[in-house]
Design a binder for this molecule. Structure first.
Ligand code: GRF
Length: 214
């Protein structure tokens, strides 16, 4: 069975979408581990409810200077070692709010995918051209849903991509556009983006699992 490790930092609604598809027999894959750097991430509760293996790998307290980099690299190694112990075919960053460097990524070459709640271009550039031919900024970072609203963009969406050391970049696996409505708040827009994310993450994982199995 195609094994997936899910890394998350928060509510875990995308994990839930994967678990529901798995239970419905439409995923063709099995979530075998859920990991978070936050003990209070609700996603961990969702995993425990299903009787799944969970791991909490807390970030070290942040000293300053070079010691900080060393502590951070050591944390990524712990995270990688815990994840690798479950020999996942795929590592899914589903709302995992930490940037991972090669210290983690080299353990799972080409096998880490990320969800991003905005539209990213295939060329790593600064703009994205929508299906209607509109050129909008490619939003990167942790606050992109609020930015889409505050910039007054007419459309935003979500992207699933393979993870490379460049933040919010890497080969695109799937995308969906979501209109931004005139009275949208960041919360209301994020809700509608998440509906698309839940659909896309299941589609992408199922197709990667199928490809590996064929
Ligand atoms: C998603 O919108 C994802 O794109 C972003 O964080 C959110 C996670 O949602 N990186 P959830 O924890 O799966 O509900």
């Amino acid at each position: 069975m195609y094994a997936i490790a899910v890394l998350l930092s928060g509510a875990g609604s995308n994990l839930q979408a994967l678990l529901d598809a798995e239970a419905a027999g439409t995923l063709g894959a099995q979530v075998t581990l859920v990991v978070s750097e936050r003990a209070d991430a609700y996603g961990l509760q969702r995993a425990l409810t299903r009787g799944l293996a969970v791991a909490h790998v807390p970030l070290p307290p942040a000293p300053r200077g070079p010691a900080r980099d060393a502590a951070r690299a050591a944390w990524e190694l712990r995270l990688a070692a815990v994840t690798a112990a479950f020999t996942p075919d795929l590592v899914v960053l589903a709302g995992f709010m930490r940037v991972l460097s090669p210290a983690f990524l080299n353990w799972f070459p080409g096998r880490v995918i990320n969800q991003h709640p905005a539209l990213l271009p295939a060329d790593g550039g600064a703009t994205y051209t929508t299906s209607a031919g509109l050129v909008i900024p490619a939003l990167r970072g942790a606050h992109v849903v609020a930015e889409a609203v505050h910039l007054g963009l007419p459309v935003s969406g979500c992207t699933i991509h393979r993870v490379t050391p460049r933040v919010d970049d890497g080969p695109i696996l799937a995308r969906a556009e979501v209109p931004v409505l005139p009275d949208d708040t960041p919360a209301s827009l994020h809700e509608r983006i998440k509906v698309e994310e839940h659909r896309l993450i299941v589609e992408v994982v199922a197709s990667l699992a199928l490809r590996q199995g064929s």
